[in-house]
Design a protein around this ligand. Sequence first.
Ligand code: AMP
Ligand code: ZN
Length: 465
Amino acid sequence: MKFFDTWTRKKEEFKPLDKMAVKIYSCGPTVYNFAHIGNLRTYLFADILKRSLMYCGYKVKHVMNVTDVGHLTDDGDTGEDKMEKAARMENKSAKDIANFYWQAFRDDLAKLNISEPTIWCRASEYIQEQIDLIKKLEEKGYTYKISDGIYFDTSKIKDYGYLARLDIKGLNEGARIATNKEKRNSTDFALWKFSPTIRKRQQEWESPWAPPGRGKAFGFPGWHTECVAMALKCLGAPIDIHTGAIDLAPVHHTNEIAQARALLNKKFVQIWMHGEFVIINDKKMAKSEGNFMTLASLIGQGYDPMSYRYLCLTTHYRSKLNFNFEALLAAQAGLNNLREKFLNFGKASGNIISEFQKQFADAIDDDLNMPQAMALVWAVLKAEASDADKRATLLDFDKVLGLNLENYQEQSVEIPDDIKKIADERERVRQKKNWKRSDQLRDELEKLGWIVRDTSVGYELKKKI
Ligand code: AMP
Ligand code: ZN
């Protein structure tokens, strides 16, 4: 299999480090609010990656973090902790906020048929590991203390910023005025922050560190440390694949790498994989832009959440996905059409068509080429083969696509009386073998938005999308 590695900027041949299980770490949600469909695309990409590896015979150990402390509202280690802010706004405890939005996130994953990670890691449950990690960095001379916390000196890392090809000199010059004056370099980041004195935090811990001139202080870890601490604890280095969306490369992942470089004398991550954004009118979908949509809002407007999965599959994970409702509607129609055809194949078991299977495996191997995989789905539907073999082939593909074809049941919808009358009339003329009239009535139904299908025990009606 070949995957595009953000570090080398090339498609690299994937060689698992351990034959037993491929180790994947995915940066997970900050659970202060509902996820938007842009966030969800990133997890869908990790799901496809996992399913593809399993399709190719690998076992996967997948770890995802839940950020429930330390992610600040502004970049550059300023601003309020997103969790603390949400707790204040909703008048709840930070723990309740985290529990609520984490569950909401898991519900979204289930609705999109995204499999859960093998291990969930909540940042607040790994505080000691983070403190220990920072202590080690301190012993090795990579840290320094300023009035609001302990910082990482990025100038000590030779190739700092390579992942995102950062222009460090330019960044330092450009940021001279804006940056925290006490920081040695604009790219330095907080490992541990002291709790502010103006407002008592809900989540804070004792640590070996205190602000200059104070004996003792509570504090909390910086966001970039949690992922390194938990990845090392739950997976151990080297990790095969680390995933996230592309915006994490220049800061969060760059800072993960810096800490790992300082700590380890071996590679931290074999392949860095990043998913592109969902955009709306050429702008990144983001909570801060106010242009975001949740899965619940799509469902509320009558869309099947799985049509969003289908839509994502039609765009390569490294291409921007331009979200609009025409595209979602087309995806929903495509999915329903596929489901309809699949149901019509009946239940007989057949053989996977090997030629298609080979092409499908090739598409996956080529950096998870899902648009190509989806084109093959339609090629199978049109192929000269038995229904049973087509069904078997699509079920095989669905291990990766995750469209849940086998378990799809047509929803029962209320059939209006006048529609039922026409369908009954059609059934009567069919019994009398009046095919012409039967076809006319079928067309009439279709014009009214209903599709009729004949089965051995009568007819079935389905609403057209
Ligand atoms: P957050 O919960 O804000 O920490 O974000 C969770 C994940 O979603 C991170 O990997 C982000 O980089 C990613 N993300 C944020 N916005 C988008 C977007 N518009 N499209 C795709 N992924 C995104
Ligand atoms: Zn992370």
